[in-house]
Design a protein around this ligand. Structure first.
Ligand code: HEC
Length: 476
């Protein structure tokens, strides 16, 4: 064993021990709550105690997450120069992505559900303190929900908060940025044909842009514009598309798309963390103290929460966009983002209005026209002219050997792709022929392969591949 290995082993054991202790503590925490809630004599002391347990348990959970991250980091250092590193990377990707999707579903699900309830409340004349109430049927039972205009007179026990969905969605998304883009920034984030910068620059710009984007949005929402939703939406839309343009002019298109999504996701999580939850805490404090509540606090938080509702569909598109080269592979990739964001926010607007039983005939057709126009805009242009000469397979085979198989073979030689990307291999002529439709799409039409044109395919070679496919992709 080398000195480094002994050190790693020691750290591994130490962190595992800490992890074990922390999980034990978190296991005990509920009984402490119990003890506190049974001690009824001193309400104030109890409240303080509960707050303390709350804070302590947050620390414990953070500790657990940090320990896990450290263990993964140590494993990475340990496996760095072995054949297992690609495998570890893949599993980090799987696990973090899985978490991201799960938390995201929980978050967006509650977000949709609460906006739906807000929109569907029925006013109750006998209860002026209520904004409204509503009946629902779900899971084999009757549900009755009341929403207060400001807050109830007495702070209820055990109210549920909805915040960890949001925090964990953001944290797992941020981690995923590292796993997919920043760990391999040279290959995944920057594209020398777009802007030739070192990977770590790209990483800094990517992370910095999220913070700057949130700051701009936050200050915009402190201006009087906030009270004029249509104008606010317009200005914010222009700013966001500015970011989309910025990202597509410095990163490869796929990474640019994800950064656009990450930026909007950051606005959403920031709204929860910096505005909505602090506002709710202020409301709880005031209710406990029996003080007069400023309804403005809740309304401001409510507006920011409403913005989140419009952000959801565009973000979801971006999260799946990576599968669709005709979107990010377009000449003006930011334009596609702009159109799809506008259209999907329009769809959400329509749904909101419909829940409020307002007629708005134009919104939906407008959104559909935008969506359909995107289909046309992304349609392939007729590429090249007639293929007069017969392209021989020998020629095509040579092009694939030179431009593709460094990544797409069962034993890739590429420095980043140590296993064939998406399992696509071109080991045999049949492997090439049977994927000709995909090859047409990626190499000829969207020109998104070879990735970042790392192997330097020429326009003439793309032409020859096109003609080979148009002539029936023969492998003779
Ligand atoms: C530098 C490595 C690299 C080179 C070289 C490369 N590719 Fe790829 N290829 C990838 C990666 C990574 C993916 C998966 C991500 C994506 O779809 O963009 C991929 C995906 C694809 C896909 C889509 C597979 C799917 O399941 O959607 C096709 C088709 C493809 N490549 C064809 C080619 C062809 C043809 C060439 C040569 C002209 C080529 N690639 C050269 C890295 C490379």
């Amino acid at each position: 064993m080398t000195g480094l290995e002994i050190l790693l082993l020691f750290l591994f054991a130490a962190i595992s021990l800490i992890l074990f202790i922390l999980t034990q503590i978190s296991h005990q925490a509920p009984s402490w709550y119990q003890a506190l809630s049974e001690n009824k004599n001193l309400a104030a002391a109890k409240e303080k105690g509960v707050e303390r347990v709350d804070r302590a348990s947050t620390l414990v959970y953070t500790g657990i997450v940090l320990c896990f991250l450290l263990l993964i980091g140590l494993s990475y250092v340990y496996l760095r120069d072995t054949i297992y590193v690609g495998h570890l990377h893949e599993w980090m990707n799987i696990i973090v992505r899985w978490m991201h999707i799960t938390f995201g579903i929980a978050w967006i699900g509650t977000s949709f559900f609460f906006v739906f309830m807000e929109n569907s409340l029925v006013q109750n004349k006998k209860r002026p303190e209520l904004k409204g109430d509503m009946w629902m049927l779900h899971g084999g039972g009757f549900w009755f929900v009341e929403k207060y205009k400001v807050a109830p007179k007495v702070m209820p026990e055990g109210a549920h908060w909805f915040k960890y969905e949001a925090y964990f969605t953001w944290l797992s998304g941020f981690a995923l940025l590292f796993v997919v883009y920043y760990f391999n920034a040279e290959a995944m984030l920057v594209d020398p044909n777009v802007w030739d910068i070192p990977g770590w620059w790209g990483t800094l710009i990517g992370i910095g842009s999220l913070a700057i984007g949130y700051a701009i949005y936050h200050f915009l929402s402190l201006t009087p514009l906030l009270k004029r939703p249509a104008w606010f939406g317009l200005v914010l839309f222009v700013i966001l598309i500015g970011f989309a343009y910025f990202y597509t002019s410095i990163f490869n298109a796929r990474a640019a798309y994800i950064h656009f999504g990450a930026l909007i996701g950051t606005l959403m999580a920031g709204n929860v963390f910096f505005v909505i939850i602090p506002a709710q805490k202020a409301m709880v404090r005031a209710t406990r103290a029996g003080a007069e509540l400023d309804p403005g606090i809740g309304q401001f938080a409510g507006l920011r929460s409403y913005h989140n509702n419009y952000f959801t569909l565009p973000v979801l598109f971006v999260m799946i966009s990576n599968h669709f080269p005709s979107t990010f592979g377009h000449d003006q990739p930011w334009l596609i983002l702009a159109l799809l964001s506008l259209a999907s926010a329009g769809v959400k607007h329509y749904l909101n209005l419909k829940e409020k039983h307002q007629q708005s005939v134009w919104v939906m057709p407008f959104a559909i026209i935008l969506l359909v126009s995107t289909v046309f805009i992304t349609a392939p242009e007729a590429v090249g002219g007639e293929c007069t000469d017969e392209v021989s397979f020998t020629e095509i085979y040579a092009i694939f050997q030179e431009r593709c198989v460094s990544c797409h073979s069962s034993q890739p030689t590429d420095d980043v792709w140590t296993s064939p990307p998406n399992g696509v291999v071109y080991d045999t002529p049949q492997d090439m022929a049977k994927r000709s439709e995909q090859i047409m799409q990626r190499v000829v039409i969207t020109k998104t392969m070879p990735q970042n044109n790392k192997t330097g395919i020429t326009p003439d070679e793309r032409e020859r591949i096109r003609c080979w496919i148009e002539q029936g992709s023969s492998t003779d």
